[in-house]
Design a protein around this ligand. Sequence first.
Ligand code: ADP
Length: 316
Amino acid sequence: MKILEAFEQKLKEGSFTPEDRGEFMRQVLALKKEWVKKDFIIKRLTEGRKITENFLTKTVEELEGKNAELSETINELERVNGKLVEINKELEQFAFMISHDLQEPVRTILSFSDLLVQTRRDELDEKTKIYLDLISQSSYRMRNQIKAILDYSRIGKTGSKSKIDCNHIVDDVMLDLSSTIEEKGASILKDKMPCIFGYRDELRSLFQNLLSNSLKYSKDEIAPNIQIKCQSVEKFWQFSVKDNGIGFKPEYKDRIFVIFQRLQNKKNMHGSGIGLSRCKKIVELHEGKIWADSQPNVGSTFYFTLPKVEGRKIRF
Ligand code: ADP
């Protein structure tokens, strides 16, 4: 611009030469070129802005669509979850009623077959005695299974949560199992345990099941060596019960938690196949998780988590 002012000055003074005219034209052309370039850039920027705006609008629309879909899915999941909770409750009530009502007829079968054997034993031929024995054995098994289902459906229904010192629970369980511990020459090592806010009977049953399994599924040739550990993992206590027993194939690690699923049927390893499903229900009642690791002939480790007590929320 300063150059143009200089030309203007020259014009005013009358000293504008033909060379100045040529120079003046060159300057005007250069300025025009620059303006065209600027205009081009402005156009490109405006176009770019429009493209970006369109893209953003489209993205926002798509995101809003996805958000709506997600909300719908969440609503559907909540609905299904509510239904599942309802069905689960119904099933539990059903299991409770059936097992409760079945107790009486089984008791009747048992007492009459016992009575028959006691009062008419001499009149019965050998075959009838065998049949009666079979009826009686099956009825006792049925009675135990019905009781197990009844106990299973009652988990968390009686009693209320309180502060539980897991050290006391483990000590009590070890005392209960002392004759088996002694008989098998088992050594049990345990960490210091924390306090938990939970159901006393259920937590006791949890430790009892895991410990008695570690003793039951031990190898004949070596004494059971059991380690009960506990470590802090974020908002949970993670417990583990490790043994050096017969173990099982890793592919069965989920199946063993299903009710009535057993891997062994050896005579000295009797059971109903409900212990670990009880453990699962108890741990889940406390909002924890349970799982297992195992190698055949090496041993098994059962892990479970229980939430830590939040000091400020719960006062003991
Ligand atoms: P039960 O002991 O009455 O059979 P559980 O539900 O307690 O029922 O266990 C299910 C199955 O898991 C057992 O039959 C057994 O095969 C396997 N199992 C459980 N604990 C152990 C363990 N510590 N070592 C090896 N196998 C085990």
